[in-house]
Design a protein around this ligand. Structure first.
Ligand code: FAD
Ligand code: NAI
Length: 475
């Protein structure tokens, strides 16, 4: 006998669990199916983000940054700590504890919102007048039926053809977060977001890190003035990034991994490393979902085809997050989840794709919202730009971190903010002001005329807005 709900959500990552909560808030009877297993085999709600993504990577970035500060920056404050050592086991245990706090937090939210949770894999069985039917298999065996199903099954790491992840020597993001000792030599393929974040963690802890990137341009999607500034900082730190390489044979042996590649000059090189992290993008998860049972259309990448409202080709079936088009970001998945729940309730849920912020949590952090200078040029938009360096910001000097800048791009005629790009300390937090400003269609002058606390990094934002009109006060 099938259990009946108003809404069934498949996937308990940020797209799915947030959609479930919003749907429950709107008065629907909601079920969520998620198959992720904790180390002990129990449920571990939160998906990639909580278990092997955003949260654990930020925990390790924090630990490794403390280590880096103790090693290289405490002395300038007059603090001596002797020989600094890292207990990788303790660092990983702390990371696991942070993950578990988040897993448990979502279970609590499900109880609070009376969401029925089913631990297992959800697969479509078919559709009838009663709605769509989902078979749950795993810790629980159950059949669920609902008029509305939200698919939020996320994504998985893409492997290099012929080199599967063994999570011992060849690591995906999962294994990269569980390395038990600092590798002497670490190789990474792909200098995107994961490559830079995970490369930074292990570089700070003492690994000799080399990142091999196929494209000739560093962070091609980032404003190039900002990307160049970031690259300078990474070079100075000793994070080796080779651009324009072509990766060839990868051999896994007892002593580690050797990666043969052709460098940008056309020379054949072999890189030997203790571990290899492959971070070359992610693929949507639809394995086991049985989309054919309901006639759900997938595109050539295997992503579920949706329109701007996250509607699939099957009435009553919606899809959000990494399993559909658009940036693979937790907050994008969440916004889509909320909007879909509201649309099911007959409301006008909306996601503004033009104001989704991006953050790369390296040191310096890189954050941006809106269009880059190269995009504005390509689109033929007349713009003004203003930059302000953290070198001239009092709080940055006091923090001892003056790398980078804030950059504003505004419409030449109307002064409307078209993009804000930051490389520097706490860029992840500073970008929020720019997102709010762009949501409210603010002009650069609006930000320039707002009082910002002194001394604060946010004054650099105000000054960059002033720079659009060539009237910075402190530079
Ligand atoms: P997921 O989080 O992948 O969740 C999908 C869930 O569905 C999983 O629990 C999965 O087990 C389950 N599932 C799949 N198929 C089925 C099925 N058939 N039945 C039942 N359950 C199923 N984004 C950011 O915004 N900020 C960051 O700092 C950030 N850091 C990241 C770091 C790393 C190392 C990685 C890998 C990713 C990071 N991301 C970050 C990206 C972010 O994790 C994803 O964009 C986000 O998790 C997508 O959410 P989702 O709900 O679509 O899918
Ligand atoms: P990515 O798309 O960010 O970067 C992949 C990189 O690998 C690109 O630069 C690409 O040119 C390169 N590449 C692809 N194939 C290659 C090959 N064969 N040889 C050499 N280089 C190759 O993907 P990544 O880093 O795997 O991350 C996946 C996604 O996860 C990100 O796009 C992002 O959406 C999300 N994420 C977000 C984070 C954040 O918001 N801070 C942190 C980590 C991940």
């Amino acid at each position: 006998m099938s259990k009946s709900f108003d809404v069934v959500v498949i996937g308990g990552g940020p797209g799915g669990y947030i959609a479930a909560i919003r749907a429950a808030q709107l008065g629907f009877q909601v079920a969520c199916v998620d198959e992720w297993k904790s180390a002990t085999g129990g449920p571990a709600l939160g998906g990639t983000c909580t278990n092997v993504g955003c949260i654990p990577s930020k925990a390790l970035l924090q630990s490794s940054e403390h280590f880096d500060h103790a090693n290289h920056h405490f002395a300038e404050h007059g603090i001596s700590v002797g020989k600094v050592q890292i207990d990788v086991g303790q660092m990983l245990a702390r990371k696991d504890m942070v993950v578990k706090q988040n897993n448990d937090g979502i279970q609590y939210l499900f109880k609070k919102n009376k969401i029925a949770f089913f631990h297992g894999r959800g697969a479509f069985l078919g559709s009838s007048d009663a709605g769509h039917t989902v078979q749950v298999s795993g810790s629980v065996e159950e059949t669920l039926t609902a008029k509305h199903v939200i698919v939020a099954t996320g994504s998985s790491a893409r492997a290099l053809p012929g080199t599967p992840f063994d999570e011992v020597n060849v690591l995906s993001n999962d294994g990269a977060l569980r390395v038990g000792a600092v590798p002497k030599k670490l190789a990474l393929i792909g200098s995107g977001v994961i490559g830079l974040e995970m490369g930074s963690v292990w570089r700070r802890l003492g690994s000799d890190v080399t990142i091999l990137e196929g494209l000739p341009t560093f962070l091609g999607a980032v404003d190039q003035q900002i990307a160049k500034e970031a690259k300078k900082a990474f070079d100075k730190q000793g994070l080796k990034i080779e651009l324009g390489v072509q990766v060839g044979d990868i051999k896994v042996g007892k002593k580690g991994v050797s990666v043969a590649y052709t460098n940008a000059k056309g020379e054949a090189v072999v890189l030997d490393a203790d571990k290899l992290i492959v971070s070359i993008g992610r693929v949507p998860n639809t394995t086991g979902l049985n989309p054919v049972a309901v006639g759900l259309a997938l595109d050539e990448r295997g992503a579920i085809v949706v329109d701007g409202d996250c509607k699939t080709n099957v009435p009553g079936i919606w899809a959000v997050g990494d399993v559909v088009r658009g940036p693979m970001l937790a907050h994008k998945a969440e916004e889509e989840g909320v909007a879909v729940a509201e649309r099911i309730a007959g409301q006008h849920g909306h996601v503004n794709f033009n104001t989704i912020p991006w953050v790369i949590y390296t040191s310096p952090e890189i954050a941006w919202v809106g269009r880059t200078e190269q995009q504005l040029k390509a689109d033929g938009v007349a713009y003004k730009s203003g930059t302000f360096p953290f070198l001239a910001n009092g709080r940055a000097r006091a923090l001892g971190d003056t790398t980078g800048m804030v950059k504003f791009l505004a419409d030449a005629a109307t002064d409307e903010i078209l993009g804000v790009h930051i490389v520097g300390p706490m860029a992840s937090e500073l970008i929020a002001e720019a997102v709010v400003a762009m949501e409210f269609k603010a002009s650069a002058e609006d930000i320039a005329r707002i009082c910002h606390a002194h001394p604060s990094l946010s004054e650099a934002t105000k000054e960059a807005a002033l720079a659009v009109d060539k009237r910075t006060l402190n530079f």
